[in-house]
Design a protein around this ligand. Sequence first.
Ligand code: ADP
Ligand code: NA
Length: 330
Amino acid sequence: DRRPRVLSGIQPTAGSFHLGNYLGAVRQWVALQETHDAFYMVVDLHAITIPQDPAELRASTRLAAAQLLAAGLDPERCTLFVQSHVPEHAQLAWVMNCITGFGEASRMTQFKDKSAKQGADRTTVGLFTYPILQIADILLYHADLVPVGEDQRQHIEITRDVGERFNGRYGATFTIPKPYILKETAKIHDLQDPAIKMSKSASSPKGIVNLLDEPKATVKKIKSAVTDTGSEIVFDEDKKPGVSNLLTIFSSLTGTPVPELEQAYVGKGYGALKTDLAEVVADWVAPFRARTQEYLDDPATLDAILAEGAAKARAVAADTLAATYDRVGF
Ligand code: ADP
Ligand code: NA
């Protein structure tokens, strides 16, 4: 396959993906599988950087894979696998740990945020080196492009720096990847607090649209989304962050450009926009939920897809690891 390569990952979490994960990342994965040689993974190694219950982790890893398939990933068009099924990730991560500077790693803002939330005593070294495992995840596959949300930009930057450093020190080994971040959906905001991103760790239950919520709950959350002062429906991220977020979600789920939506809602209030958007989201979510359940109800098929994905991924990862070990002197 000579098409440019794309790689990305998502954490398995108890419960479901949220609208920010879908619009910021997974939707691009689905589109890119048509044009790229695509590798997508459920990053269960990353999930244990914070405390995890084993049975829950096992279940949420399967749930994550089922949701990715339900969202439109097609095992005929991409390689879908679970990170821990490919031991080369952890093996390359060690080498990357030894190429990355401590100061450099200390500058990762996501670590600062997450460790502040955990507290110093509960923060693991794994949480600190998470971005370095992610460097290995990406470089193992010679990815050209990494589709992610804005919150991951710094992690792609450090991947480029460390990859270039390795290549400079040991000779050309890795492809240096570029982030693929769609401006419009790079940051979907919390429905109750548009100042923060919609996030499973930071959002309140009312602020986050989980894709497997009951449709009724979804409708209720959207109808009670925080809007802004005034009554006009215009896209203005500074003055109207709440309304702008709703317009972004509306536009990206329906394909209707934001200016057309603004036109359509001239003279109508926030209530009308929220009622219509609630219907749009509920209509999107219903078949997604049904498809996810179909995959969960057929564990043999899900296992077969993930086994085949792991075999395809390992074929690439083992080559890269062997070349890297050779360069290093192992
Ligand atoms: P979370 O940030 O909720 O913990 P993950 O870290 O598993 O979720 O992120 C999976 C993908 O979803 C990443 O590419 C991330 O950039 C993207 N993402 C997460 N939250 C948002 C958001 N609110 N808007 C856009 N993209 C997001
Ligand atoms: Na994230």
